[in-house]
Design a protein around this ligand. Structure first.
Ligand SMILES: Nc1ncnc2c1ncn2[C@@H]1O[C@H](COP(=O)(O)OP(=O)(O)OP(=O)(O)O)[C@@H](O)[C@H]1O
Ligand SMILES: [Mg+2]
Length: 271
């Protein structure tokens, strides 16, 4: 059987800067992969390869057996920590815009019946992300959590199969983050999405993922730090019933990322 996403010796260089090297693995449809690793190790670059805004330098990155097209498409949606909206459009119009651009790439807007249908779809998505009360507000009037709900609705209205999340909750308060975690898990299950989510928060990675990847370098050249790139050094399946189980691998990762005490405390608290 063909894997949904297949990485075969994928490398990405920017000139002489080797960012990623030799990534190989398969991902099935419906997995929730969380990505952790030091700043600058290539996590966002990896998402850009999946999105198709960057191409691989060597190796193969396949989706359903085909090379990932070098342009964003409806099947891949992305949410960044900071996102882009049209400030002069309200929440509902910003969400509907994804469909409007699809329907009419020259004018960018729809009219009459098709516009009403686009707005209706926007309303449905706003409801599923819990933002229906804010549909006529403008982006600058929203809180950080509401802005990320809007970003999720914008990404999902085009019904992607793959959702790419680049530290989407990094700027939110802990309480709001928790609500967003529940929302993202609900959307993942309901729409059978395949999710790749970058996070700096290892606890978030363990809590949300069905699989956790650590990106790191296995080779270092002290005289030329850009000579070698990161690869997937750990690929951990997470058990839903006990994602923080202190297996030897989890211990090693948490020690490596120097936050073992937090995770160990959390584990004790969840016992
Ligand atoms: N468009 C680009 N052109 C040249 N170099 C780039 C480009 N995008 C990223 N890089 C380089 O690739 C490396 C990895 O960057 P990337 O943004 O993927 O890291 P990251 O793991 O997402 O870091 P962070 O956790 O800080 O977000 C860095 O050395 C960066 O300078
Ligand atoms: Mg990044």
């Amino acid at each position: 059987m063909t894997a949904f996403i297949e990485l075969n010796r994928v490398s990405k260089h920017y000139g002489g800067n080797v960012v990623l090297e030799n990534l190989s693995c398969d991902v099935s449809e419906g997995e929730f992969v969380t990505l952790v690793g030091a700043s600058g190790c290539g996590k966002s670059t990896f998402l850009k390869l999946l999105l198709g805004t960057e191409g691989v330098t060597s190796g193969h990155l396949l989706m359903s057996g085909q090379a990932v097209p070098l342009e964003p498409s409806a099947e891949r949606g992305i949410v960044f920590q900071k996102y882009s909206v049209f400030p002069h459009l309200n929440v509902r119009e910003n969400v509907a815009l994804g469909i409007e651009f699809d329907g009419n790439p020259w004018l960018g807007r729809l009219f009459g019946k098709s516009r009403r249908a686009a707005l209706q779809q926007a309303d449905d998505w706003l409801e599923s992300v819990g933002l229906e009360q804010a549909s006529t507000q403008f982006p600058h009037e929203l809180s950080g959590g509401m802005q990320q709900r809007l970003a999720l609705a914008q990404a999902l209205i085009k019904k992607p199969k793959i959702l790419l999340l680049d530290e989407p909750f990094g700027a939110l308060d802990p309480g709001i983050r928790k609500d967003m975690h529940e929302l993202v898990l609900k959307l993942w299950k309901k729409h059978q999405l395949t999710v790749f989510m970058v996070t700096h928060d290892l606890q978030e990675g363990f809590h949300l993922g069905s699989r956790l990847w650590v990106f790191d370098k296995v080779r270092h050249d002290p005289h030329a730090p850009n000579r070698f790139g990161s690869t997937i050094t750990y690929d951990l399946p997470l058990r839903a019933e006990d994602p923080l189980a202190m297996t030897p691998e989890v211990n090693e990762i948490t020690d490596q990322l120097s936050i073992s005490s937090n995770v160990k405390q959390l584990r004790l608290a969840t016992k």
